[in-house]
Design a protein around this ligand. Structure first.
Ligand code: AMP
Length: 214
């Protein structure tokens, strides 16, 4: 199954991706995670991407396209992929469509998660992540058993540097400007499903599953 999951920061892309992966044996390819790993390892790519990321700005298209093209050729993508956070601009979408067709893995389903801005503010400012195992929490809606500590691995939870209201506004503007046209680009292919992601997690996932099985 070849899937794209799209939505603004805080729409639940990470949470829905985890649930999708339990049903389909495909790799989760998050460009944000790949970039953060490069930043952590202080690679050339990471050093370049860091300034854009901390400002909530998009990393240049050619860098991202090359990174994704390389990733899609890895053996674990034989059965398909779940791409999360890519493509984010029209240029990326056009290039991705060509790459995906060239390697025989055209996109089959685009899941577009939609949530109101106020709800996103609550989700983003309350989000805490485990830097060690990647588990995601929320200080009210999905609190860890011990405040500030990961239930899974015991590491101290952190807040992403870009998870502030100011950065959310920048990322939201960027999303409206750059990513909405991406959804419009895929629309004529008949693969896009619009999901109201402001609902409870189980309901959202039921709708996502129905869309994937369509
Ligand atoms: P995310 O975790 O998807 O919210 O991504 C975090 C940050 O990584 C974004 O704010 C961008 O700076 C960068 N990033 C992730 N994916 C892309 C992409 N497809 N194109 C450009 N920049 C990206």
């Amino acid at each position: 199954m070849n899937i794209l999951i799209m939505g603004p920061a805080g729409a639940g892309k990470g949470t829905m991706s985890d649930l999708i992966l339990k049903e389909y044996d495909i790799p989760h390819i998050s460009t944000g995670d790949m970039l953060r790993e490069n930043v952590r390892n202080n690679t050339e790519l990471g050093k370049m991407a860091k300034t854009y990321m901390e400002a909530g700005k998009l990393v240049p298209d050619d860098v991202i396209n090359a990174m994704v093209e390389d990733r899609l050729q890895q053996p674990d993508c034989q059965k398909g992929y779940l791409l999360d956070g890519f493509p984010r601009t029209l240029v990326q979408a056009e290039e991705f469509k060509k790459i995906a067709e060239k390697i025989g893995k055209p996109v089959e389903s685009v899941i577009a998660l939609e949530v109101d801005f106020d709800q996103l503010v609550d989700r983003i400012t309350g989000r805490r992540i485990c830097p060690k195992c990647g588990a995601i929490y929320h200080i009210r809606n999905h609190a860890p058993k011990t405040e500030g500590i990961c239930d899974e691995c015991g590491a101290e939870l952190t807040q992403r540097k870009d998870d502030t209201v100011e950065q959310l506004k920048v990322r939201m503007d960027e999303y409206e400007k750059s990513t909405k046209p991406v959804i419009d680009f895929f629309e004529p292919l008949g693969v896009v499903s619009h999901i109201n992601a402001g609902q409870a997690k189980d309901i959202v996932f039921a709708e996502v599953k129905a869309a994937l099985e369509k």
